[in-house]
Design a protein around this ligand. Structure first.
Ligand code: FAD
Length: 313
């Protein structure tokens, strides 16, 4: 199995020169997108297309794709440095981050043919694979309860069911889908009989996408599958083993998003410190009061502790 997101690497925990280079490069891209850019986007509920294009062109969203498939061939720690630095600069990696890690399922469990077909295009940004459909109205944390089914009928799988809270579907060409290929009452273990598919959203018939506003800066949709047909070559890995594949991917996702949160924390501590040093009330800067200093110091310590936890993960 090739090294990739979610697998332990031998990268050192201390920052290497490569990581410092990455930070500098990401900072340069982010400097082209000042705070006003993000504020306007938010006001207009627009997708940061220009930012995503710039990050892709610089190669950062293909960081975890091996070089032989056109990516940078870096490990999860480098991915954390990249996404963390985006948020550290006051930007939001959320709309772009899934292009970095969703392909991990394909990389770790896909066939050589699938990898050669899709990974170079994902690395170049010609294809966006930044949607994954797992959650359903009756199955959130309890993933094995999903009811969306993909049953073999002749030479195709036929998908029926419903997904909710699925992010970035409208900004993706491809989506990773988890569906039941064997009914729950026919499997020995609840985690068996689930399979992962690659859905080409550009060609999908029998799929209705209904945008639902859930969180700011995050485009989320409800998906209704009504007889959507998938060719067997779109299954990733072995039929029935999809639960494990999805959990593998979630581990990488959680660690990368934690790195973004650390980036956010550092940015907020910096902003709070600047404000405390410049705002004057009762004839002196508010930062001269311990009541203002202590919460900032506590936040700083918490963020640094969280950063160590991310590095350990
Ligand atoms: C903005 C946003 C974007 C999302 N994007 C995607 C996406 O792209 N793709 C996708 O598939 N899903 C997505 N989700 C769904 C997300 O993964 C689910 O919300 C999550 O899995 C939790 O499911 P739930 O909301 O149904 O919570 P539930 O499963 O109903 O759980 C409710 C609460 O109970 C807690 N809980 C449950 N069981 C226990 C227990 N045994 N002990 C202690 N606590 C427990 C849970 O931790 C949770 O806090 C998104 C959600 C949001 C809000």
């Amino acid at each position: 199995m090739p090294p990739g997101p979610g697998t332990r690497s031998s990268e050192p925990l201390v920052l290497t020169e490569t990581h410092e280079d990455l930070r500098r490069g990401v900072r340069e891209v982010c400097s082209r997108f000042p705070n006003e850019y993000w504020r306007d986007l938010d006001a207009g509920r627009r997708y940061p297309e220009e930012f995503v294009v710039a990050m892709t062109a610089a190669g950062y969203l293909g960081a975890l794709i091996p070089e032989e498939y056109g990516g940078m061939g870096l490990g999860l720690s480098a991915g954390c440095v990249i996404l963390g630095e985006v948020n550290r600069s006051g930007a939001n990696a959320g709309p772009a981050h899934a292009q970095m890690y969703t392909m991990g399922t394909l990389l770790r469990h896909g066939s050589e043919e699938q990898k050669r077909e899709y990974l170079p295009k994902i690395a170049r940004g010609d294809l966006r694979l930044q949607a994954f459909g797992v959650t359903e109205p009756e199955a959130g944390t309890d993933t094995t309860s999903i009811r969306t089914s993909a049953m073999r009928e002749g030479d195709h799988y036929v998908v029926n069911g419903r997904k909710i809270y699925i992010s970035r579907v409208e900004q993706s060409d491809l989506m990773i889908l988890l569906a039941r290929t064997a009914p729950l009452d026919e499997v020995e273990k609840r985690s068996s009989g689930l399979s992962v598919f690659l859905v080409d959203l550009r060609k999908a018939e029998g799929l209705t996408v209904r945008p639902r506003r859930v969180m700011m800066n995050n485009a989320t949709s409800e998906l209704v599958f009504d007889g959507m047909r998938l060719p067997p070559e779109n299954i990733i890995g072995e039929e029935g083993k999809g639960f494990r594949y999805i959990i593998d991917g979630m581990n990488a996702e959680r660690i990368l998003i934690a790195a973004e949160c650390v980036g956010d924390g550092r940015w907020f501590v910096e902003k709070a410190t600047e404000r405390a040093c410049e705002r004057e009330v009762f004839g002196r800067r508010i930062g001269e009061n311990q009541g203002v200093q202590f919460p900032i110091a506590r936040a700083y310590a918490n963020v640094e502790a969280a950063s160590l936890m991310v590095e350990k993960a």
